[in-house]
Design a protein around this ligand. Sequence first.
Ligand SMILES: O=c1ccn([C@@H]2O[C@H](COP(=O)(O)OP(=O)(O)O[C@H]3O[C@H](CO)[C@H](O)[C@H](O)[C@H]3O)[C@@H](O)[C@H]2O)c(=O)[nH]1
Length: 339
Amino acid sequence: MTNVLVTGGAGYIGSHTVLALLNAGYGVVVVDNLCNASKESLVRVEKLAGKPVTFYQADILDKQAMACVFVRENIDAVIHFAGLKAVGESVQKPLAYYKNNVQGTVALAEVMLEHGVNSLVFSSSATVYGEANEPPYVETQPLGNPASPYGQTKAMVEKILMDVARANPEFKVANLRYFNPIGADVSGDIGEDPNGIPNNLMPFVAQVAVGKRDKLAVFGDDYPTKDGTCQRDYIHVTDLADGHLDALAWLLKQPSGCAEAFNLGTGEPLSVLEIVKGFEQYSGQPVPYEIAPRREGDLAAFWADASKAKQVLGWTTNKSLQDMMVDTWRWQSQNPDGY
Ligand SMILES: O=c1ccn([C@@H]2O[C@H](COP(=O)(O)OP(=O)(O)O[C@H]3O[C@H](CO)[C@H](O)[C@H](O)[C@H]3O)[C@@H](O)[C@H]2O)c(=O)[nH]1
């Protein structure tokens, strides 16, 4: 059995990926410090898959604890999600972001090399394209200059991992650039459970629909887009999780070291108002909203050119807008207070 270490495996994208790994027959070891995740997500994943997950509550910065995991478990590859992810918070607390995301990945890569583990799938972001690039974003475009410390950490880690691969002929890395993940597993048992007031659109919409918030603030309706609201490339979290499995399978069959970036998106831009209308249509719930001022740092529109992931990894998205909305609502209505 191929054993995969998943850092941050109790979080939103991590837990969906752990479920997909178990269903595909991988053995899974999760390391998570639970700073923004609940162990309950893994209890539910185990129930859904009917298989166990080996769990360590540890911080990736704790090299001693990480070395113990590598010694005890027979790790073949790593999928690395652990990190801080709130854009606004990263502006307030840049050092926490550089420490956790950059230093944390450096520590992880060191432990991997020390234990002869050479395959790494990294959780990057479309934010690495910055504002200098024109959409649709394609991997041949240069890394931009992301506006937030969060975005900077993703671009820095990508570069660090490319350098590690250059210096270590065995090392293989896939940097997966996510667009906007939304939705939940079709069971409704696992989903996105943000701390406090959601920063992101979809969990905010879902919390308005379930009655936890009065109304959505739509940040700006004067952008140069078809309805004036920002456009993003929303991707179902299950499709995203499958992209990790395809990237992992691809890495494991590469004969020698490599470093590649892949966009994971649908290639279809949707506006904030299209998301609101789509959610209302497919959930049957009203979502009151008001137009508010623009949010600092938002770009008008970006979406993926995901043809490289299709050609190289054989990955495509299968889920529709309806699936994204129905699955979000199933999770939120069955778990109004999260885990
Ligand atoms: O309450 C809200 C929340 C969001 N939006 C709008 O909805 C769109 C999507 O916003 P999200 O916060 O859901 O997503 P972003 O595109 O801003 O953020 C995503 O892209 C970022 C980089 O650009 C980071 O990678 C981040 O982790 C990822 O969620 C934006 O136009 C935003 O202005 C609202 O109108 N109201």
